[in-house]
Design a protein around this ligand. Structure first.
Ligand code: SF4
Length: 74
């Protein structure tokens, strides 16, 4: 990925609590009491790790945006 990640969003309706995002980037994603992913620190991992976490989500609930507000994943 060449573009810098400026914003991360989790689609809570889509999230099924499968948690590979938490395994890949525990500094960024944690599960809340509803078993949905929340962002605890958007700077808690480098961009490659965050991208890997987003790619690991089985329902593509993690959306990544660059500094221009453009969606860069998925
Ligand atoms: S990997 Fe996707 S579905 Fe699983 S907890 Fe993370 S955001 Fe939710």
């Amino acid at each position: 990925m060449t573009k810098k990640i400026a914003k991360i969003e989790v689609d809570r309706d889509a999230c099924i609590g499968a948690a590979p995002c938490v395994t890949v980037a525990p500094g960024v994603f944690q599960l809340d009491e509803e078993n949905k992913a929340i962002i605890v620190d958007a700077k808690g991992a480098d961009d490659d790790t965050i991208t890997l976490a987003a790619e690991s989500c089985p329902v593509q609930a993690i959306k990544l945006f660059d500094e221009d507000g453009e969606q860069i994943f998925p």
